[in-house]
Design a protein around this ligand. Structure first.
Ligand SMILES: [Zn+2]
Length: 193
């Protein structure tokens, strides 16, 4: 359970990596990156009703009007089901949730461009990937298995508590800088062609 802005930075990096690997066309990058950033905050949406936590779904609707509101609706439905089933964030932090969102989005939006679909999935996975470094861990294989945390096997500073200095001053800037490195590099390449 890392801070919201760390997850956004992680989502941006995951999205940029996916787009680079897929060799996605330049015009796809802005929408797909927004999707990745929004998706990266989704698993914690049921965590609190604060404005910051609910902002991603509104952003999705504002930035990608039709597709965004459809994807937003599906994600909200899954979050509600997850919360009902567990009463906690366990279901929303599982690989099953990632699979259901991936499956559900394609059912509702069959023509979804692959870069958008994969950056959405990458954004969700980046959230779980960051939270697994926290001592609280994530129940990755919900509804079975224990909570998994790398804090049990890795020494400090490779694991960190939510909001710690390592998270805010090392991990988060590193994620932003790596993302910008890829995005700026990509835009230079596409402008010189
Ligand atoms: Zn989380």
């Amino acid at each position: 359970m890392c801070e919201y802005y760390t997850h956004r930075a992680g989502g941006l990096l995951a999205g940029a990596l996916v787009l680079q690997v897929m060799n996605a066309p330049a015009q796809m990058w802005p929408g797909a990156l927004i999707m990745a950033v929004v998706a990266s905050a989704v698993p914690d949406l049921d965590h609190t009703q604060s404005k910051a936590q609910n902002a991603p779904l509104n952003e999705l609707k504002n930035n990608i009007p039709i597709a965004g509101s459809m994807a937003g609706k599906i994600i909200s439905v899954f979050l509600k089901i997850g919360r009902k089933l567990t009463g906690k964030r366990e279901a929303t932090h599982s690989l099953l949730m990632v699979f259901l969102v991936w499956w559900g989005v394609q059912r509702v939006w069959p023509a979804i461009p692959p870069p958008i679909l994969y950056t959405l999935v990458a954004g969700l996975i980046s959230h779980l990937g960051i939270d697994i470094f926290n001592p609280e861990g994530v129940r990755l294989f919900w509804p079975v298995g224990p909570k998994i945390s790398l804090a049990r096997v890795l020494p400090w500073p490779f694991t960190f508590k939510s909001g710690s200095r390592i998270e805010r001053f090392v991990l988060r800037p590193a994620l932003w800088i790596s993302s910008m490195w890829i995005i700026i590099g990509e835009s230079i390449i596409s402008n010189t062609h």
